[in-house]
Ligand binder design. Structure first.
Ligand code: ADP
Ligand code: ADP
Length: 229
């Protein structure tokens, strides 16, 4: 079954009399283990789409299914639990909690699942080691370099072994070399664990490395041919 399936998705932001239609009738299916890049100009609606796929916002029309579950049919609590268990999120900025160490930040999603502190600690530690941060467990975000913070954010996104990671410019805030390292890490984790990846990116060189490249333009999602990327 598809990891994510979106059907005839539409979104119009409405504030008072101001209406901003972003897109209407978008459909998208992400298979298990598949990697998908989403390109598009600023304001095209990429973040909006990612928010809808991740159940962080509600579509105006259409449906999103995550691992076969219809998001609109779930209670807020059930949707939150499904998100924490089956999806991982990585943003342009790391959004780590500043008062917690790298280890504690990565443990949090596991603890939210009701796992014991000991198991959570073990899993978080193993994952931080696999992203090359085994020597940074006790560092707080402010004590990590930009690349290290983003690798910690990747570890946090993956620690519950999600079916899919949704990334909004996950390497957009890093220099080229560090961006490449973090991106390769995400691809390696994708290959190892068959975690699907849906990444919004501006970097065509990164998009080219993914199974499919979609472009969001004037409210339409179009699959690009290899020679167009
Ligand atoms: P992208 O990620 O491709 O840059 P966004 O999804 O952020 O695009 O935005 C798409 C459109 O929706 C833009 O015109 C933006 O101004 C508008 N928009 C985004 N978020 C909101 C919001 N919370 N309220 C109203 N309009 C919004
Ligand atoms: P970069 O070379 O990527 O710019 P930094 O110069 O920010 O990295 O940091 C170099 C190393 O020192 C990093 O591995 C980081 O973890 C560590 N570090 C940076 N600031 C602190 C700090 N305040 N306390 C402890 N370790 C730190």
């Amino acid at each position: 079954p598809a990891v994510i399936h979106a059907e005839h998705l539409g979104k119009t932001y409405a504030e008072g009399s101001l209406r901003t239609p972003v897109f209407d009738g978008l459909s998208l299916t992400v298979a298990k283990g598949e990697t998908v890049a989403i390109l598009g100009a600023s304001g095209a609606g990429k973040s909006t789409l990612l928010h809808l796929l991740g159940g962080l916002d509600t579509p105006t029309s259409g449906e999103v299914y995550v691992v076969g579950q219809k998001m609109s049919a779930l209670s807020d609590a059930a949707r939150g639990a499904l998100r924490n268990k089956s999806l991982g999120f990585v943003y342009q900025f790391h959004h780590l909690l500043p008062e917690f160490t790298a280890l504690e930040n990565v443990m949090l999603p596991v603890l939210l699942n009701g796992t014991s502190v000991q198991d959570a600690s073990q899993r978080a530690r193993a994952l931080l080691e696999s992203v090359g941060l085994g020597h940074r467990l006790a560092h707080k975000p402010g004590e990590l370099s930009g690349g290290e913070r983003q690798r910690a954010a990747v570890a946090r996104a993956l620690v519950n072994r999600p079916a899919c990671v949704l990334g909004d410019e996950p390497t957009g805030n890093l220099d080229e070399k560090t961006a490449a390292i973090v991106f390769e890490l995400m691809l390696a984790l994708n290959r190892e664990h068959h975690t699907s990846l849906v990444l919004v990116t501006h970097a065509r060189s990164l998009a080219r490395r993914m199974d499919r490249v979609l472009e969001l333009h004037e409210g339409k999602l179009r699959e690009l041919r290899r020679d167009e990327v």
